[in-house]
Structures are given as structure tokens and as C-alpha cells.
Design a protein around this ligand. Sequence first.
Ligand code: SAH
Length: 353
Amino acid sequence: MTGAGAPSEPLAAIFERLIRAHGPISLMHYMGEVNARYYASRDPLGGDGDFITAPEISQMFGELIGLWLADMWIRAGREDVIHYVELGPGRGTLARDALRAARRYGFSPKVHLVESSTALKAIQLEAVPHAQWHDDLSTVPGDAPVLVVANEFLDALPVRQLVMTPEGWRERMVDWVDGRFVPMAGRQPMDAALPEERRQAEPGTIVETCPGAAAIVYEVAGRLVDQGGAALFIDYGHDVTRNGSTLQAVRAHRMVDPFTMPGEADLTAHVDFASLAPMAASRGCRWLGTVPQGRWLRELGIETRTEALAARAPEHAAALHSQKDRLIGEGQMGALFKVMGLAGPTWPDGVGF
Ligand code: SAH
């Protein structure tokens, strides 16, 4: 953390002072500080929020995830003690819907929520009162299998960008010029930070990585091997590694410039699922697959579930169908969002992969 100044001091003022004193900061530092401030100070998913996520669109999303988890637990032999672990649970809606749906199958895990935002923890407490909270994964118990869920969590972790210049690869930094924050190439050579096969590139090429996402997947995969269990990482992103910046800022449901008003808009980047699967496999964990969200939800029976709910409440039929279309439609969340499944070596295959 930058840590400078009172928490109420605008982040822009802190960055300005820091850059004036020490020179440009890395884009990764910038994004990390921006999101820490952004999430600590508000509920981005509320009524007047900045963006909406799948569990907030429809209860069916969390319910189907709950059924997936219950099915895994049953086929793995119904262990008595099991931990449900959710990373970045937002308003707690997914956990609430998933646990309610899974309870009907006898699945009643201990609930662990990994959340850094005090503002969001307070809201999660209402949705999932019996949960235990953690600042990071390190305090989650290691005594029993874990079922890990992370929806739109990895995309909020800071990315590092390298840019090709006529002088070679440089880290992308943020400078303060003429009263504005602007991205620029750093001075220090960074060629060694890239694998050899990616070093040849046109000037202007950007390579983006997310060390935080890699570290989380590495840690979860290690636990699945040691403790048993399974994990679902759901996010928007690509399953083939490619070049270019995917950094974006969203405020009040609109794209805005990531470099204006730091701390007032959510910064995200696409998740590079292609690099995460081998990371998990390198620990001896099973990669079940990475599939488009639309396909996965259809395989889990979202169409039937929509019909069943609509039959029970015909007055909501139109709304239910439009929520379902939003979750699975090709032009909506169905294709851009991916679901990556992982499982411990002795755990079964999961539905939908
Ligand atoms: N999963 C929720 C919320 C997504 S928003 C949903 O689908 O609706 C991202 C969530 O991750 C928020 O809860 C945010 O506070 C949390 N988060 C972001 N960075 C984090 C970090 N470094 N450690 C823990 N939680 C973090």
C-alpha cells in the first residue's frame, strides 16, 4: 500500500505526491492501489452501483454452482468435514444461493469468505451470517477438502504490462504530466522478464501478465492436491494467450478512462486462463477444463431450471428468460466469460467440462 496521507485523502493526490517525489509508478502498483481504495470504500454492486455480476443478475447462477459443488462432494464420498471457500464474494449473493440449493442434498460445509473490503464484509455478514472471514487464503484451514469458488475475482487483481519500445522491452508505468496521469514506458530494460519465444515483437506491442492471479491459482491447486476438493474460477477472459492491454475501467455501467479519477472506478483486466491451467497442472492438480460460461450453464441445466421457475411464477416468466439469456447469450456473458474447473487428484470429473 502507498499508505501515505489520511485514508480520506483522494488517491489522485497521494499518487501525484508519490510520482513527484520518486518518479513514475508501475501500472501494477497503480491498479493495486486503485482497486484497494475502490472496494474498501463502497458496494460497487448495489442499486446505484458501477457494474453487475452474474449472481446479481439471477439466483439461478448461484444455485447451479451449488448443485455442481454438491454433486462433486457426493461423488467424492460425502466427507463429513468440508470447507466452502469463496474468494471476493461481493454482496454474498452467490454463496447464499449456492449453499441454499446444495443444502437440499445434505451438503452443509463450513463457510469461509476471503474478502479484503470492510464495506463488503458487512454486507456479506447479512447474506451468510455463519461464515468465517479471511483476509487471504493463508488462514483457511488445511484439515479437510476445500470447494473453492471465485466469480469475477481474478479480473480485479493488478496486472503488470510490458511494452516493446525501439530500445527493447520496458515496464508500463504511470506518470503525472500537465495535471494528468498518463501511461508511459519505464526506463529500465525488462527484456529478461519475458520468455524468449515472446521477445520478438513490433514496437508498441504490450504483454500483460497477472502475478496475483497466478499466485492464487498456484495456492488453490496445491491445496486441492494436499487436502482434496475442487475449484471453479469464473471470469471474463481468453483461453488462448495473446498480446495487448485489456485494462479497462467501469463506472456507473460505462467504460471510462482508467487514468482519470483513480479509486472512483473499478479497474479490471481479462483473465489469461491459458496460462493458469498449466500453473495448476504443475502442482499435480487436475485441470477439468476451461469452457464458455454459456455452454457450462446449459450443461448444468439452466434451461430446465428457468422453465421450472417460470411455471411456478408465470408473472416472472419474461424476466427469468431474459436473465437466463444474459447469462448464456453469445453476445452477452455466455461466450466472453469462461469457467475453469480444477480438482484434486482423487476427485471426480465435474459436470459441464
Ligand atoms: N464475486 C462477486 C464480486 C465480484 S467484485 C460477484 O460475483 O458478485 C470483486 C470482489 O473481490 C469484491 O468482493 C472485492 O472486494 C474482492 N477483492 C478484490 N481484490 C481483492 C483482494 N486482493 N483480496 C480479497 N478480495 C478482493
